[in-house]
Design a binder for this molecule. Structure first.
Ligand code: SF4
Length: 109
């Protein structure tokens, strides 16, 4: 299952964590939702592979600990999504299609 690219229509924004929007539903620690809006990571799909964090040319991503999540105990959050230059490298390298990048999403909300 890949991240839903239309999540801003199908999910509710529940708040923010580390300055990043969180889109529900959430039920931690097992269900963490989608984090980010311009650069969005579905934390319930993310397996903590880290390829996005290694490849991003402008260091958008940061590690976060996610103990007791069924997929992985470490994941990435798009902490500096404002820096994104829309190169789409992270989307291409993610092995589980957990990332969607859309610079126009914020304007459609
Ligand atoms: S699209 Fe490019 S610049 Fe933006 S977060 Fe992904 S890798 Fe980084």
């Amino acid at each position: 299952m890949a991240i839903d690219p239309n999540f801003e229509e199908t999910r509710e924004r529940e708040g923010q964590e580390r300055g990043v929007d969180v889109w529900g539903p959430t039920d931690p620690p097992e269900q963490l939702g989608i984090h980010g809006t311009h650069v969005a990571v579905d934390l319930d799909i993310c397996v903590g592979d880290g390829a996005c964090l290694e490849d991003c040319p402008v260091d958008v991503f940061e590690w976060i600990d996610t103990p007791d999540h069924p997929e992985s105990e470490q994941k990435v959050t798009p902490a500096d999504e404002d820096q994104c230059i829309d190169c789409m490298l992270c989307v291409d390298v993610c092995p589980v299609d957990a990332i969607d990048v859309d610079p126009g999403r914020e304007n459609r909300i």
